[in-house]
Design a protein around this ligand. Structure first.
Ligand code: FPP
Length: 248
């Protein structure tokens, strides 16, 4: 039995380098990145993955050249319009995580519309992290608790985080050859298996996804326990029973 992760998170890195290698503007790499994302979403649906979380625009991406920032905003708006019907057909529910306050009214309205239109879909949840940062997420969760006068505990913080409605990612993939988290899902990735692919995001195809899934299937997830404790609890090594539990 192959353990398929319930929740996969991806840092889609390497669009710029993919374009530069081809003497194209960086935005051409991001456009190709959208195509790669479409292929990846459909592959995840087919493989029975339930949640896919992607890093589409980080809190730090505002510091990029202004034409690239405006290009990414435009691409988001265009992609929403173009992709929602296809997402509907595939049973994909869209959700946006991040600080929406700095986005234009038009983009904010587009995000809310896409979320509402896909709210009834159940095959896959696609979390698009846009103007998102892991530190922002922890800070916003803490602020919520302070505003409500609640005690700051791990459980309370966990419930106030922007992805509290899904289990933590089982597998976190980063493409493009770098081996760092870059402020993505700092809280939620505490026990995620990490897989790094040298492929640039536009080249990340079904075979590359399957390579990441095969890597995941070989991992024993101990959540701080020993191997023998796990076998005693579940009767099987964790990597064989596909458990996706939050650490106690
Ligand atoms: C990182 O590559 C990628 C991004 C900052 C943007 C990712 C966006 C997409 C894949 C398009 C889908 C997004 C939307 C708008 C729905 P990079 O530019 O840092 O690449 P580099 O490291 O080669 O420069």
């Amino acid at each position: 039995m192959i353990a398929v992760p319930n929740h996969v998170a991806i840092v889609m890195d390497g669009n710029g380098r993919w374009a530069t290698q081809r003497f194209l503007p960086r935005i051409a790499g991001h456009k190709q990145g959208v195509k790669s994302l479409r292929r990846c979403v459909e592959a995840c649906v087919v493989r029975g993955i339930k949640v896919l979380t992607i890093f589409a625009f980080s809190s730090e991406n505002w510091n990029r050249p202004s034409d690239e920032v405006s290009g990414l905003m435009e691409l988001l708006a265009m992609s929403l319009a173009a992709e929602v019907p296809r997402l509907q057909a595939n049973g994909v529910r869209l959700y946006f995580a991040g600080d929406r306050g700095r986005l234009s009214a038009k983009v904010q309205a587009g995000l809310a519309k896409a979320e509402a239109e896909t709210a009834g879909n159940r095959r896959l949840v696609l979390n698009v992290c846009f103007n998102y940062g892991g530190r922002w997420d922890i800070a916003q969760a803490a602020r919520k608790l302070v505003e409500r006068g609640e005690e700051i505990t791990e459980l309370a913080l966990d419930r106030a985080m922007s992805l509290a409605y899904v289990p933590d990612p089982d597998l976190l993939i980063r493409t493009g050859g770098e081996m760092r988290l870059s402020n993505f899902l700092l809280w939620q990735a505490a026990y995620s298996e990490l897989h790094f692919s040298v492929k640039f995001w536009p080249e990340f195809d079904e075979a590359a996804l399957d390579e990441a899934l095969a890597f995941f299937a070989t991992r024993e997830r101990r959540f701080g326990l020993t191997s023998s404790q796990l076998v005693a609890q579940t009767g099987a090594p964790a990597h064989l029973d596909g458990h996706s539990v939050k650490a106690a």
